[in-house]
Design a protein around this ligand. Structure first.
Ligand SMILES: C[S@@+](CC[C@H](N)C(=O)[O-])C[C@H]1O[C@@H](n2cnc3c(N)ncnc32)[C@H](O)[C@@H]1O
Length: 225
């Protein structure tokens, strides 16, 4: 029974509860089992995506941009498991001013361990509304990921893809869970999700995961030439 709970995790949760009491449920939701599964699934399918994206063969390391990144779980999954190339930088973009501060608390120990082990991948948090991001901010990213499509109006998602360079690998997740008020843009099935992006992406790989109450959909494709 001595190690029944991971004490470090308990301490982090206590600290977040103290500093951000209104956020604790959201933070725990962001780390829940389905979140872990969805993010692991994304990295697994990214690692096996078979088409070469922009700069894959040209550069030693690449940059990844995560739109609507919440508290950054996916960034840490990528550092741990992405195996195609060295990651130069991960930009986490979210308009929530607390995202960065809470992420720093959640992942401080992992950051320190990574540093100690020579894993020097830089995660940068940008407090931005993705609607307001100028084209130049997308120029350096080779992989653009947005796992929050159900939260965004369709034109906003299109505009971000349109601002990327040709050949950028775009990865999107959405779902058919329309019982939550904030889910303003769910899709009924994988086919509908894919059809929204066929004019913008080529070499599309599509995946579906069944969580019983709802399904999660994912597509990977290259920004059209
Ligand atoms: C509930 S969370 C993520 C849910 C998603 N299913 C996932 O697993 O990634 C949605 C995030 O999108 C962010 N967000 C929503 N609209 C945004 C926008 N226009 N610009 C930047 N961030 C946005 C919110 O602040 C929040 O952190």
């Amino acid at each position: 029974m001595e190690n029944m709970f991971d004490i470090n995790t308990v301490e982090i949760i206590k600290k977040i509860l103290k500093d951000y009491p209104n956020r604790i449920v959201d933070v725990l939701n962001s780390l829940g089992e389905r979140q872990q599964i969805s993010k692991d699934w994304l990295v697994e399918k990214l690692n096996s995506y078979k088409y070469p994206f922009r700069n894959k063969l040209k550069k030693d390391s690449i940059s990844i941009m995560l739109l609507c990144s919440w508290y950054g779980l996916l960034a840490y999954k990528l550092i741990e498991k992405f195996n195609i190339k060295k990651i130069e930088r991960i930009h986490c973009v979210d308009f929530d001013p607390k995202s960065k501060r809470i992420a720093n608390k959640l992942y401080r120990k992992i950051d320190n361990e990574n540093l100690k082990n020579g894993v020097l991948t830089l995660i940068k948090h940008w407090e931005r509304n993705i609607k307001d991001m100028p084209e130049k901010e997308f120029k350096n990213c080779e992989i653009l990921i947005n796992t929050s499509c159900e939260h965004l109006d369709q034109q906003t998602i299109y505009d971000t893809i349109d601002k990327t360079e040709r050949g950028t690998l775009v990865i999107l997740q959405s779902n058919n869970y329309d019982k939550i008020q904030e889910h303003i843009n769910t899709v009924k099935d994988l086919q509908e999700f894919v059809s929204q992006y066929q004019s913008r992406l080529i070499n599309i790989e599509m995946h579906e995961k069944d969580f019983l109450e709802y399904k999660r959909f994912m597509i990977l494709g290259l920004k059209r030439w």
